[in-house]
Design a protein around this ligand. Structure first.
Ligand code: GLN
Length: 259
């Protein structure tokens, strides 16, 4: 009797196992059918990419843009939050498909990755304490302590200044914190990010200087091995410009139109 029961139990177990395996198989097939675009970002760069107060939802101009690009291309967008200086290596290693992170198109990066058509015009500006009267322009940073984010165009530009004492941080939020703590004389960062910080943080003890140090274009980076994907992205970007979606996203984040 016990033996019979055991056989019955085993049969039932096997049937359940087969069912579960079957389900798993189907689920896998559904997932395979869905095209996923793995996007790398450094989500600490408002208003381009940042997380909401609960640290969950990714939002910002870049996030809306890449979701619209993905939708246009028929891909589900999956966001991966990485350090800024880890984005190009992740693309090269094939861990992500594209990177959108307020990333400036420049010659050095073009050696390693391809860039989409430019999608945003930016440049660098300086933030100092409100009562600072000795830094008015880029040249005044000579011999001063300046905070920048690691691996950025700001870091590269500031390092060109004579006798400058550069302090490098993982995120722009950390550079602002250092200025607040009076650990540095100035922060150099992308102007829209500096402006957004001053507007949103309610910080009244700092000011942005009007000097724009560089003119830079942001692009979506793609691995050099993935020419086809680059074409698809450029086609999608063009479509979004034509159908007004790009302008809609631009106005949402910057309050003006892109033209
Ligand atoms: N635009 C700058 C760069 O490409 C900064 C980008 C960033 O910090 N996300 O280096």
């Amino acid at each position: 009797m016990a033996k019979k029961l055991l056989v019955l139990c085993m049969a039932a177990l096997m049937a359940v196992a087969a069912l579960v395996a079957g389900c798993g198989g189907d689920q896998q097939k559904a997932a395979e059918g869905e095209k996923v675009l793995k996007v790398g970002v450094n989500a600490d760069f408002a208003p381009f990419e940042f997380q909401d107060e609960n640290g969950k939802e990714y939002q910002g101009f870049d996030m809306d843009l890449i979701r619209a690009v993905g939708e246009e291309m028929g891909y589900k967008v999956e966001i991966n939050n990485l350090n800024f200086d880890g984005l190009i290596p992740a693309l090269e290693a094939g861990n992500i498909d594209v990177c959108i992170s307020g990333m400036t198109i420049n010659e050095e990066r073009k050696q390693k990755v391809n860039f989409s058509d430019p999608y945003y015009k930016s440049g660098l500006s300086i933030i100092v304490a409100k009562d600072n009267d000795y830094i008015k322009k880029f040249e005044d940073l000579q011999g001063k302590k300046v905070a920048v984010q690691i691996g950025t165009t700001s870091a590269a530009e500031v390092k060109k200044i004579k006798d400058v004492d550069v302090k490098e941080f993982n995120s722009s939020a950390d550079t602002f914190m250092e200025l607040r703590a009076k650990g540095v004389d100035a922060v150099v960062n992308d102007r829209p990010v500096n402006d957004y910080y001053i507007m949103k943080s309610g910080e009244t003890n700092v000011k942005a200087l009007p000097d724009l140090l560089t003119s830079e274009d942001y692009g979506i980076a793609v691995s050099k091995k993935n020419e086809e994907l680059l074409k698809e992205i450029n086609t999608a970007l063009k479509k979004l410009h034509e159908n007004g979606k790009y302008d809609e996203i631009f106005t949402k984040w910057f309050g003006t139109t892109s033209k």
